[in-house]
Design a protein around this ligand. Structure first.
Ligand code: GDP
Length: 443
């Protein structure tokens, strides 16, 4: 995960502040010295750090903090507010043109993740906004990029407009928009050419496309792993093109996070999305407030809830809840629950979003995904009858299941025991709740 080092240092610093009933100016100064070092070490632009530290100091030694009942926590709130502000404050959404199609130009250096992000964004727009995007292959200098986009388009079952690598990029873009209008596509995502470094010929070509298609949005894709370089790249693209937003990719890697914290402050353009992995659905809208809370170890409960909402079928969830209440749960239900948790993504990623689950804590909680895989395999090796009624599992059936799932009889027995205990616990909880209700009624 990105920001690990920074998060650890900041959390250590603010932990010391948290419970203070009294905060002096000297305390704040001391804390901000540590915060400053932590930010510089995370590769945040030094001018940005200077301004941030001054802003926090000014507010933290002001009336609102010193006079409050919980000054320690107030200081942390100020740091959280300012960190949110630094990354752009409110979430900045993707443009939506009054008159379709909305034209989005994707720009960036080679390798930043432009082509992948184009497809991820198309997928996001369709899945979460019910839009019908079309992608356009304008990276004519890298035929592999055209193939790559076409492959991604096939995977997504989404149209890709391409005219090979012989036509000028500006002509391809113009024709693509005509086609999109004809086909009633409401978003056109243009994947443009990249270079290894910012160069004039590239900028000229991009400006030419911009003038021809008049985009509603110019999204610069930058690799968060490149740190300060990402900020420099953003500055030069912004100067020549006037970008409207940034997509930070590879935030799943162990970047120190400096780019995320400096891009908005240096260029004035908001980060709109974050790439969190290579897979097509690993693009997330960037929420400065949630990111700040995550860095300060206050967890990211909202993102967690959103993830749960998109991967859980609510009616089914309610049915399952009812079954759990009546301790009527079977192995079929159990399997379904496991699958839903898995849909939400790797478990350690989910755990990292829970408040208080900082790095130190996570180190002690080894999430053993293979263990869950084994449980799944055991349940899948049962017949429907066995799943509904595990009491019929005798020694020979257990042997068959262990063999079928590549586990041992001990593993099967352990799971059966755990399942029974879970049911017992559910029964107890239900009767406790009933008891409570009764008592309440009696008073
Ligand atoms: P382009 O040259 O800018 O079009 O870059 P590509 O789209 O070809 O991506 C370059 C590499 O970065 C590919 O291997 C992608 O899978 C990878 N990539 C893109 N976005 C992400 C991300 O958010 N996380 C990770 N881990 N890899 C990414």
């Amino acid at each position: 995960m990105a920001f690990e080092g920074l998060a650890e240092r900041l959390q250590h610093t603010i932990d010391k502040m948290k419970s203070r009933g009294k905060v002096t100016e000297k305390d704040v100064k001391e804390m901000m010295r540590e915060v400053r070092l932590a930010l510089l070490e995370a590769d945040v632009n030094f001018k940005v750090v200077k301004k941030f530290v001054n802003d926090v100091k000014e507010r933290a030694v002001g009336q609102e903090v010193m006079k409050s009942l919980t000054p320690g926590q107030q200081v942390i709130k100020v740091v959280n507010d300012e960190l949110t502000k630094l990354m752009g404050g409110e979430q900045s959404k993707i443009a939506h043109a009054q008159k379709p199609p909305t034209v989005v130009m994707m720009v960036g250096l080679q390798g930043a993740g432009k082509t992948t992000t184009t497809a991820k964004l198309a997928n996001h727009l369709r899945k979460h906004h019910n839009r019908q995007p079309m992608m356009v292959a304008c990276d004519i200098y890298r035929p592999a990029a055209i193939d790559q986009l076409e492959t991604l388009g096939k995977e997504l079952n989404m149209p890709v407009f391409s005219m090979g690598d012989k036509e000028k990029a500006v002509n391809i873009a113009t024709k693509a928009i005509e086609q999109a209008k004809e086909d009633h596509r409401d978003y056109v995502l243009i994947d443009t050419a990249g270079r290894l470094h910012v160069d004039e010929a590239l900028m000229n070509e991009l400006v030419e496309i911009k003038e021809a298609v008049n985009p509603d949005e110019i999204l610069l894709v930058v690799d968060a792993m490149t740190g300060q370089d990402a900020v420099n790249v953003a500055e030069s693209f912004h100067e020549s093109l006037g970008i409207t937003g940034v997509v930070l990719t590879k935030l799943d890697g162990d970047t120190r996070g400096g780019a995320a914290l400096s891009v908005k402050a240096v260029t004035g353009t908001p980060i709109k999305f974050a790439g969190m992995g290579e897979k097509i659905d690993q693009l997330e809208p960037f929420h400065p407030d949630r990111m700040a809370s995550r860095i300060l170890g206050m967890g990211d409960v909202l993102s967690l809830i959103e993830k749960a909402q998109t991967s859980v079928d609510e009616t089914r969830a309610r049915e399952l809840e009812e079954k759990m209440r009546t301790a009527d749960i079977t192995f079929d239900d159990f399997l379904e629950q496991l699958a839903q948790v898995r849909n939400m993504g790797p478990l350690d990623e989910l755990l990292a979003m829970i408040p208080g689950a900082n790095k130190k804590l996570l180190k002690n909680v080894q999430v053993d995904e293979s263990h869950i895989g084994r449980i799944e395999a055991i349940v899948r090796s049962m017949t429907s009858e066995e799943k509904q009624n595990p009491s019929i599992l005798n020694a020979s059936r257990k042997r068959r299941i262990a063999k079928g799932s590549g586990t041992s009889i001990q593993d099967v027995n352990r799971l059966l025991k755990q399942f029974e205990e879970m049911k017992k616990m559910m029964k107890q909880m239900t009767s406790m709740q009933k008891g409570k209700k009764k008592r309440k009624g009696g008073f």
